[in-house]
Structures are given as C-alpha cells and as structure tokens.
Design a protein around this ligand. Structure first.
Ligand code: NAP
Length: 281
C-alpha cells in the first residue's frame, strides 16, 4: 500500500482508506472483520462520523480497531448542529467513548452549518491542545468556505477537505483541488465508487475502464481508485463491508496508471463545467 504525506501534516497515510457509512446495516461481525482485514492490507485510514448509524458505526469501528489503535489514522466528524464551541467538545468526548480511544487523528466538521465557524475552529483548537485530536479539518467545503476557514484558523491548521469525488463527479478538479494543493491541504475523496453507482460495464466509460483493467491485470474499480489518487494530495476512502471488496480495494493502492491511461479516462469521464459551490451527496 502506497502511503503519502497527508498535506502539510506530513503524516504518512495510505492512498486508499476505508469508509464506514451505512455499515450498521451489515452483519456486525462481518463488518468488523472487513475493517480488520482492511487494516491488515494497509488501509489504515478509517473514516467514520457521529452521524453514521447514530453512533452505532463508531462503536463498530471501536471494536474493529481495538488492540491496534496505534496503527490507525482515525477520522471522525462532528455534525454541523453540534459544532458550537462547547458542542464540539461534547461531541468529541462522545465519539471517543464509542470508539474506545482517547484521541482521534483527524476530527472534521461534516459540512458547513449555522454555528459560526470561528466557534467550531476554537473547539477544534481546544481539542488539539488537550490531546483529544491530533489534527482537524473540514468536509464539503468549497473554495470560499476554505478561504474563510484558513483565514480564521491560520496557515497549516486545516488538515483536509473531505469531498465528493468519483469518475462521474469530477467537479472538485476545477477549483477545490488546485486550491487545496496550493495550501497543502489533503483532499479526501468520499464515495469514490459513486456510493454504489459505479459506471455500468456496458457504458462508454465502463468499456474504457474494463480495457485498461484487462491490460493491467486489475479490476475496473481498482483502475477508478488509482485514477482518483493520481495527484499527490488526494486520498480515497471506499466503503466495503464485504471481505472480497476490501481486498480488491486495498490492492488498488499498488496500481499506478500511465499518463496515457489517465488521459483516456480523462476523456471518457468528462470533467464538466465548473460548479457553483461544491457538489455533495
Ligand atoms: P462508495 O465507497 O463510493 O461505495 C460503497 C458501495 O460500493 C458499497 O455498496 C460497497 O459494497 C460497494 N463496494 C465497495 N468496494 C467494492 C468492490 N471492490 N466491488 C464492488 N462493490 C464494492 O460509497 P460511500 O460509502 O458513499 O463513500 C465512502 C465513504 O466516504 C463513506 O463510507 C464515508 O465514510 C465517506 N463519506 C463521507 C461523506 C461526507 O459528507 N463527508 C459523504 C458520503 C460518504 P459492500 O459494502 O457490500 O462491500
């Protein structure tokens, strides 16, 4: 599994990690086993949130990482409605309890909300000071919101922006991604398989994926993941509750596409026009 610096933090994080949204719907023992297999295979970036299963997913993640906390880059998120100064501190304590750990690696604001961002950031700074999280970041922020966040927090404080990014949703490439690259803020691609809507094998794009996959002895999903993390500041967090899916995704962390393969995919999956704001799921 290839690792690279997580933006300005410099922490080496695997290019392919593990999402956990909706994992409470899977068989619990299988989901726990899947996360553990993912860790064994190097997918040690584990993404969760207080929102997922109303806390049940954090409990499941806690079970999966028990005894190997130090191997994991553990990320959780506070809901916007909880993101006042004191709300952030309370939400973090509750997440830590469910996760069975005394600290997070990165704590994110799940999406922009009604609480003033300066309060949220002050809460995050307090958590860093108290050792409850090593870093903090944001999710679903567009460039304007990122600019505000950096103006409030200062340079080299916001670790990442977690955003929707998959082959059929490349909007972040217009502005969010280059802006984050300039500010050395990691970009974490969520729903990298379109949240279950992966390009159909018979579609034009699906055929290009299949051809490249065949030539490289890989699968279309592995090619898709390799494409998404082709730039140095990007990480992807596919969610897989099935063991075979986990292993397939982890192996994508070894695949590097050629410039020609990337160009073919660029053409097959149009980037589209610059969006207003940042697309969300
Ligand atoms: P996703 O990762 O794009 O797709 C997940 C779906 O793909 C699941 O149905 C999974 O099936 C399937 N899958 C995974 N690997 C596969 C493989 N190798 N072959 C075939 N199918 C495969 O969707 P997502 O869960 O929306 O996004 C990933 C993570 O990003 C989330 O879990 C969450 O942690 C994060 N996220 C964050 C936000 C945010 O606002 N910050 C929003 C959405 C998602 P199985 O589970 O059955 O294996």
């Amino acid at each position: 599994m290839v690792r690279r610096p997580f933006g300005w933090t410099g922490v080496a994080v695997p290019v392919i990690g593990q999402g956990t949204w909706n994992m409470e719907r899977a068989d619990r023992a299988e989901a726990v086993a899947a996360i553990r297999r993912g860790l064994d295979a190097g997918m040690t970036h584990v993404d969760t949130a207080e929102m997922y299963g109303s806390g049940r997913v954090e409990e499941l993640v806690g079970e999966a990482i028990a005894g190997r906390r130090d191997d994991v880059c553990l990320v959780s998120k506070v809901l916007p409605q909880n993101a006042s100064f004191s709300g952030v501190l309370r939400a973090c304590e509750a997440s830590l309890r469910r996760l069975g750990t005394d600290h997070l690696d990165v704590y994110l604001l799940h999406w922009p909300g009604r609480h003033p961002l300066e309060q949220t950031i002050a809460g995050f700074e307090r958590l860093v000071r108290d050792g409850k999280t090593r870093f903090y970041g944001v999710s679903n922020f567009d460039v304007e919101e990122l600019e505000r966040a950096v103006a409030l927090a200062g340079a080299d404080r916001i670790a990442c922006d977690q955003v929707l990014y998959h082959l059929e949703e490349r909007a972040i490439e217009h502005a969010v991604l280059p802006w984050c690259e300039r500010h050395r803020i990691a970009v974490v691609a969520y729903s990298p398989f379109g949240s279950g809507r992966f390009p159909a094998a018979r579609s034009a794009g699906g055929r290009v994926l299949a051809e490249i996959a065949r030539a490289r002895g890989a699968t279309p999903r592995q090619v898709a993941l390799a494409f998404l993390v082709r730039r140095a500041g990007v990480f992807a967090i596919p969610k897989a509750a099935r063991l075979d899916h986990v292993l397939e995704n982890a192996a994508a962390g070894e695949l590097t596409l050629s410039a020609e393969e990337e160009a073919r995919l660029e053409r097959a999956f149009a980037r589209g026009r610059p969006p207003r704001g940042v697309p969300m799921l």
